[in-house]
Design a protein around this ligand. Structure first.
Ligand code: GDP
Length: 365
C-alpha cells in the first residue's frame, strides 16, 4: 500500500499527531492490503463526492479510499553517520512513497527543544541535511562503481555517471535530489538507489492549541511557509494536540468542536488531502447498490490498470469499462438519465482514467 512517512526532530509533536491518526483510524477490515503494525496508521481519504454518490445510488455501504502514515521516530542529528539508531530509521524512510516533515511552531517552556530554542528553520535544515548526507553516500558509492565501468566506453554507463554527477553536485550544495530535473530515462537509472530526498515532501507546521484559527499571525509559521515556497513544497498548519482531541469525536460533536475552534475541517483531513495529492494520486469510483467505493490510482493509469486495483482478474480479463464522469452523473441525477443523455461511455484498454470517473468494468473470467 502507498504510504507517507512522518519525520521530524524529537519533541516536535510527531507521536501526538500519529496518535490522532490512529485514533481517527480506518476500519481495518475494509483495507486488507494495509499493513498491521503499531507504527502504521491507516487513514481514509475524505472525499465530498462519496456523499453525493451515496444520495444517488443509496448503497448498502460506502468505502472511502485509504493510505498509510508511518511513524518514523528517532531521526536525530547525526543519523546519517549512524548516530542513535540512525541508519535503521533512514531505512524506514526508504520504504515510504512520500514524506511529511513535522516542525515545531509552538512555544512551551515545559517541553524542551533538542537544540535549545524553537526554531523551525534550523529544525528543517537539520533533518533535511541528514537525508541529504545519506543520499550523498549512496550516490558516491554508485558513482565509484559506475566510473570503473565508464572506462569501457559503454554509453549506458556514461549516462549513469553523468546523471549521478548532477545529483552529487546538488546534494553537495545542500539541495534535495528532487530539485534535480530528471528525464524519464534518468529517473529509471537512479531508481534503485532509493534516494530519500527524491521523495516528495510536505511540511507540517505544528502550532499551539490557541493559534490554530489564526495562523497568519504566527511568525514561525510564516518562516516555514517562506522556506517551503522556495522549494515549491506545501505547508499544512495543524495543532497536533487539538487533532488528538478532534480524533476522539465523531459526527455532530466533531463538527461543533471544529466550529468552536473556528475551523471548517480538521487539520488531519487537510493533511490527508495534501498528502494524497503529494503522492500524485487520483480517485475513481465504483457505484453499485451493494457498495459505493473510492479507489486510488496514479494519475495516468489506463482502464485495465485501474480495474486491477480492485482485483487482478479484472485486469487480466478486462474487456471494457462503462464510464461516466462524476459531474455528469450528478448533473443528470441517475445512471439511467446519464445514459439517456449519452454521457455514459464504453471505454477500452487505452483509456486513461480521469479523477472522478465512475466506472463499471466488464471482464472475462
Ligand atoms: P515527538 O517526539 O516528535 O513524537 O513529540 P511528541 O508528540 O511526543 O510531543 C512532545 C511534547 O510536545 C509532548 O509533551 C506533547 O504533548 C507536546 N505537544 C505536541 N503538540 C503540541 C501542541 O500542539 N501544543 C502543545 N502545547 N504541546 C504539544
Amino acid at each position: 500500500a502507498l504510504s507517507v512517512g512522518i519525520v521530524g526532530l524529537p519533541n516536535v509533536g510527531k507521536s501526538t499527531l500519529f496518535n490522532a491518526i490512529t485514533k481517527a483510524g480506518a476500519e481495518a477490515a475494509n483495507y486488507p492490503f494495509c499493513t498491521i503494525d503499531p507504527n502504521v496508521g491507516v487513514v481514509e481519504v475524505p472525499d465530498e463526492r462519496l456523499q453525493k454518490l451515496t444520495e444517488i445510488v443509496i448503497p448498502n455501504r460506502v468505502v472511502p479510499t485509504a493510505f498509510e502514515f508511518v511513524d518514523i521516530a528517532g531521526l536525530v542529528e547525526g543519523a546519517s553517520r549512524g548516530e542513535g539508531l540512525g541508519n535503521k530509521f533512514l531505512g524506514h524512510i526508504r520504504e515510504v512513497n512520500a514524506i511529511a516533515h513535522v516542525v515545531r511552531c509552538f512555544e512551551d517552556s515545559n517541553i524542551t527543544h533538542v537544540s535549545g530554542g524553537v526554531n523551525p528553520l534550523s529544525d528543517i535544515e537539520t533533518i533535511n541535511l541528514e537525508l541529504i548526507f545519506a543520499d550523498l553516500e549512496s550516490v558516491d558509492k554508485r558513482l565509484d562503481r559506475s566510473r570503473k565501468g565508464a572506462k569501457s566506453g559503454d554509453k549506458k554507463v556514461q549516462e549513469e555517471v553523468a546523471v549521478l554527477g548532477r545529483l552529487k553536485e546538488a546534494l553537495e550544495n545542500g539541495k534535495a535530489a528532487r530539485s534535480v530535473e530528471l528525464s524519464d530515462e534518468e529517473t529509471l537509472i537512479v531508481r534503485d538507489l532509493h534516494l530519500l530526498t527524491i521523495k516528495p515532501m510536505l511540511y507540517v507546521a505544528n502550532v499551539a492549541e490557541d493559534e490554530v484559527a489564526n495562523t497568519e499571525e504566527n511568525d514561525l509559521v510564516k518562516k516555514v511557509r517562506e522556506f517551503a515556497a522556495s522549494e515549491g513544497a506545501e505547508v499544512v498548519v495543524i495543532s497536533a494536540k487539538v487533532e488528538s482531541e478532534i480524533a476522539e469525536l465523531e459526527g455532530e460533536d466533531k463538527q461543533m468542536f471544529l466550529e468552536e475552534l473556528g475551523l471548517q475541517e480538521s487539520g488531519l483531513d487537510r493533511l490527508i488531502k495534501s498528502a494524497y495529492k503529494l503522492l500524485g494520486l487520483i480517485t475513481y469510483f465504483t457505484a453499485g447498490v451493494q457498495e459505493v467505493r473510492a479507489w486510488t490510482i496514479n494519475r495516468g493509469t489506463k482502464a485495465p490498470g485501474a480495474a486491477g486495483v480492485i482485483h487482478t482478474d479484472f485486469e487480466k480479463g478486462f474487456i471494457r469499462a462503462e464510464t461516466v464522469a462524476y459531474d455528469d452523473l450528478v448533473h443528470y441525477g441517475s445512471m439511467n438519465a446519464a445514459k439517456e443523455a449519452g454521457k455514459v461511455r464504453l471505454e477500452g484498454k487505452e483509456y486513461i482514467v480521469n479523477d472522478g470517473d465512475v466506472m463499471h468494468f466488464r471482464f472475462n473470467v
